[in-house]
Design a protein around this ligand. Structure first.
Ligand code: COA
Length: 645
C-alpha cells in the first residue's frame, strides 16, 4: 500500500456536543440517549484478558482506540484484532507505543513497526475467511470498537466507509462500542445496524480520515498501467486492489464502455470514470448498474459521492470476496500488484526482503473468481525491478522472507513494463521463459542461467532478448494490432516471443507439402525446437518476427508468422512468411508484410529481399506491394529486392 492517510482532524479529541449541534440524536430516539457517553465511560467495561476488534481503514475509531490506550486502569494481556487501521496507536517521543498486543490481518506502516517491537503478529489469511473464523470463535472479540454514522430517524446507523470484517465482529462481539460521526457517509447495501445492537456510543464530530495515492510520475509505472489497461474490454467488471499501479491503470481505459466494479475496496480512482460515463455497470451480470464493494479508502470527493447513493452497494467482505460470487460477473478482471514473482510463477505480494507489506487480503479469492468468470482475466502486475533498479522483482527463487501469496497454479497474466506473460496451463519451462522475457533486460541473462541450472529449461536454451541494457530488446508491445479480416474473424498481429515455439511447430505440421516447399525450398519433414526457435526467438532489432493469433488471448492459436534478419553488409532484411492454408487469401500476408515493413523502416532498414519460387504467384504479388521491386531469376526462383519508398 503506497498511498497516504491524511488525518485532518486532531487525533483522540472528541468535540463536546452542544445541544444545537447536528451531532445530537434525531427526535424520537431519546430511548438511546443513555448509551451516549464519554470514551472513558464507554470503555469502562474493558478488562484484562479481553479481545477487542478495531474497525477498519478510514473508519478506524481513533478516538476510542487512543482513549483505550490512555485508560487509567490495569489492562493486562489485552489483544486487539484488526484489518488495516490508521491512527489507532499513539506516538510518544517519536515512536509508536501501545500497551496491547495486536493481531493484524494486514501490515501497514504502523503495524510493521509494532511487529518489530514484538507487540504484534501478522495473520496471513484471506480476509474473506476471517468472518468464518469469527463465527467459529477463533477470532472472538469481547468488544468491537467501530466508527459509524449518526442514527437515522428509525434508529439505524450505517457502517459508512467500512463494512468489510466489521460486520462479522459486530454480530459476534459481547459488547459493541461505536463512535457516531455525523461526517461519516451513509452507505447503501448491507451496512445498517440498529442502535439496539450498540451498547455504548460516543459522538465524534470530525472529518473522516482521507486516503490518497500520490500521482505516479515514473515512466515504468505508466508503462505497466498501460499494459494492464490494454487487456480490459468493454463490459468488463473490475476489481482494483490497493496499490498504485492498479489504480493508475484506470487512467488509461479511456474509450471503454460500460465497465463495472466488483471490488473488495474502492478508491478515488473510480470517481472520474463514473463521471465520464465509462463505469456504468450496465453490462454487469450480477448487481447490474451497481458498484459493489466492501470498504473504501478515499478523499472527501469519494465520500460525497457514496453518501446515500444507491449506485454503491457495500456488503460484508465474505460476500464481496467469495470466489463463487466474483465468478458470476462476466468478464471479471482482477488486478493485483505483487512484490516479487519467481520463475515458476509463484507470487509474493505481502512480504518483501523479509518485511511484511499489506496482506493476503482477498487477492487469491479474486484471482480464482476472475479465472472462473466467463471471459475473466486474473492479472498480476509489478515493476521489473526495485525502485533503485538494483534488484529484479522477477527472481529465480523467492527469497527467505518472501512467502507465496498466490500459488503458481493460480497465476494467469503477469505484467511488467516489458510486456505480458500468460502462464496458466503452461509448463515450468514455458512459464520461466515467458517470465524472463518480461524481466528487466539487465537481469535476463542471469535469470536464464539460473533457469538452466535448476533444470527449468534445457541446457542449450538461449534467449535473444537477454542482451544487456544498451540493447533495445524490450518486447515491442506497441507493435501489437487487432484486425478484422474479410471473413469477419478477429485476429491479433503481435511480435513473436521465444515461448511461441510450439505454436510455430503446430503451424508447420499443418502446412500442405506445397506450402512447406514454397516456404523452406525443400520437402522438410519436421521443424525442430531449435529451428522453430530461430523463427520466433528474436532480438527485436536485427531480427524481427511477428505472429498472427486467433482466439482468446488465454488460448490463442498461432495461424501465421513472419520473420526477417538484417544483412549488415547492405542493410536489407531477408523476409519469409507462412500462413495456415485455411487462413490464406484473407489479406493476412499483406497485413504481416505491412507490420514488418513499418517496423523495419523504424529501424532504418532499407528494404526487403526474398527468394520466391517461380510457382509462388501469391508471394510475388505480396512482394510487389512492398515498394520498388526488382527481380532476378536464378534457376527456379526469383531473387527479389523490395526497396521501401
Ligand atoms: C505467401 C503467403 C504468405 C501469402 O499470404 P496470404 O495471407 O494468402 O496473402 P494475402 O491474402 O494478403 O494475399 C496477397 C495477395 O496475393 C493475391 N493472391 C492470393 N492467392 C493468389 C494466387 N493463388 N495467385 C495469385 N495471387 C494470389 C491476393 O489476391 C493478394 O493480392 P491483392 O491484395 O492485390 O488481392 C501465403 O500464401 C503462404 O503462407 N504461403 C505458403 C508459404 C509461402 O509461400 N511463403 C512465402 C515464402 S517467402
Amino acid at each position: 500500500m503506497e498511498g497516504k492517510f491524511s488525518i485532518r482532524n486532531i487525533l483522540g479529541r472528541a468535540r463536546p456536543v452542544s445541544p444545537a449541534d447536528r451531532s445530537v440524536l434525531p427526535d424520537g430516539l431519546s430511548r438511546y440517549k443513555d448509551k451516549i457517553t464519554t470514551p472513558e465511560n464507554a470503555l469502562s467495561m474493558i478488562k484484562s484478558g479481553d479481545r477487542i476488534f478495531l474497525g477498519t481503514g478510514c473508519a478506524t475509531p481513533r478516538t476510542l482506540a487512543l482513549a483505550l490506550e490512555n485508560l487509567d486502569k490495569v489492562l493486562d494481556d489485552v489483544q486487539i484484532y484488526h484489518f488495516l487501521v490508521q491512527g489507532a496507536i499513539p506516538m510518544h517521543a517519536g515512536a509508536l507505543q501501545t500497551r496491547f498486543f495486536h493481531k493484524a490481518f494486514f501490515v501497514d506502516n504502523d503495524m510493521r513497526e509494532i511487529i518489530k517491537q514484538g507487540k504484534g503478529d501478522y495473520i496471513p489469511i484471506s480476509i474473506a475467511h476471517v468472518p468464518h473464523l469469527v463465527k467459529k470463535g477463533v477470532f472472538a472479540a469481547d468488544a468491537a470498537l467501530i466508527q459509524v454514522t449518526m442514527p437515522d430517524k428509525h434508529g439505524f446507523v450505517s457502517l459508512g466507509v467500512s463494512a468489510d470484517v466489521t460486520h462479522s465482529f459486530i454480530q459476534q462481539a459481547r459488547t459493541v462500542i461505536a463512535e457516531l460521526n455525523p461526517n461519516m457517509p451513509r452507505t447503501c447495501g448491507d451496512t445498517y445496524l440498529s442502535m439496539d445492537k450498540i451498547d455504548k456510543a460516543v459522538v465524534v464530530d470530525e472529518p473522516v480520515l482521507e486516503y490518497m495515492y500520490p500521482p505516479i510520475d515514473d515512466a515504468v509505472a505508466e508503462h505497466i498501467a498501460r499494459n494492464v489497461a490494454r487487456l480490459i474490454d468493454n463490459g468488463s467488471t473490475l476489481q482494483v486492489g490497493l496499490g498504485r499501479i492498479p489504480n493508475e491503470m484506470l487512467r488509461y481505459i479511456d474509450g471503454r464502455r460500460d465497465l463495472g466494479i466488483h471490488s473488495d475496496v474502492i478508491c478515488d480512482s473510480i470517481v472520474d470514470l463514473i463521471e465520464r460515463g465509462i463505469i456504468t455497470g450496465q453490462a454487469k451480470s450480477i448487481h447490474r448498474g451497481q458498484i459493489v464493494t466492501s470498504y473504501c479508502l478515499g478523499t472527501q470527493r469519494l465520500y460525497d459521492l457514496i453518501d446515500n447513493n444507491p449506485l454503491f452497494a457495500f456488503h460484508p467482505i465474505e460476500y464481496v470476496c467469495d470466489p463463487a460470487v466474483i465468478s458470476k460477473n462476466n468478464k471479471m478482471v482482477s488486478v493485483t500488484q505483487a512484490q516479487a514473482v519467481d520463475l515458476m510463477g509463484q507470487v509474493c505480494s505481502d512480504q518483501f526482503g523479509g518485511e511484511f507489506y499489506g496482506g493476503v487480503s482477498a487477492k487469491l479469492d479474486f484471482m480464482r473468481g476472475a479465472a472462473n468468470s466467463p471471459g475473466g482475466k486474473p492479472i498480476i502486475c509489478l515493476a521489473s525491478t526495485t525502485e533503485n533498479g538494483k534488484e529484479s522483482r522477477i527472481r529465480h527463487l523467492l527469497r527467505e522472507g518472501e512467502g507465496v501469496t498466490i500459488p503458481r497454479s493460480d497465476v494467469h497474466y503477469v505484467i511488467t513494463e516489458y510486456g505480458t506473460a500468460y502462464l496458466f496451463g503452461k509448463s515450468i519451462r514455458e512459464k520461466a521463459l515467458a517470465l524472463i522475457e518480461i524481466a528487466h533486460p539487465s537481469f535476463r541473462a542471469e535469470l536464464l542461467d539460473e533457469a538452466r541450472r535448476m533444470g527449468y529449461v534445457r541446457e542449450g536454451q538461449d534467449l535473444k532478448c537477454k542482451i544487456g541494457d544498451t540493447h533495445p530488446c524490450r518486447y515491442p508491445d506497441q507493435e501489437e494490432r487487432d484486425y478484422t479480416l474479410k471473413n469477419g474473424s478477429n485476429v491479433v498481429i503481435r511480435p513473436s516471443r521465444a515461448s511461441d515455439v510450439r505454436g510455430l511447430q503446430e503451424i508447420f505440421y499443418q502446412l500442405p507439402p506445397e506450402d512447406v516447399y514454397t516456404r523452406f525450398f525443400s520437402g522438410l519433414k519436421s521443424l525442430s525446437v531449435s529451428q522453430a526457435e530461430h523463427l520466433c526467438n528474436v532480438d527485436y532489432d536485427k531480427e524481427m518476427a511477428f505472429v498472427v493469433t486467433h482466439g482468446e488471448r488465454e488460448n490463442e492459436k498461432i495461424i501465421g508468422s513472419s520473420f526477417y534478419v538484417v544483412d549488415p553488409s547492405n542493410n536489407m532484411a531477408d523476409v519469409a512468411y507462412m500462413i495456415l492454408h485455411e487462413w490464406q487469401g484473407l489479406g493476412l500476408g499483406t497485413m504481416l508484410q505491412h507490420r514488418m515493413a513499418k517496423f523495419a523502416q523504424s529501424k532504418g532498414v532499407k528494404g526487403f529481399t526474398a527468394d520466391i519460387l517461380v510457382g509462388n504467384p501469391t508471394m510475388l504479388k505480396l512482394a510487389q506491394k512492398c515498394g520498388k521491386m526488382t527481380t532476378k531469376i536464378v534457376e527456379d526462383a526469383y531473387e527479389v529486392e523490395m526497396l521501401f519508398d
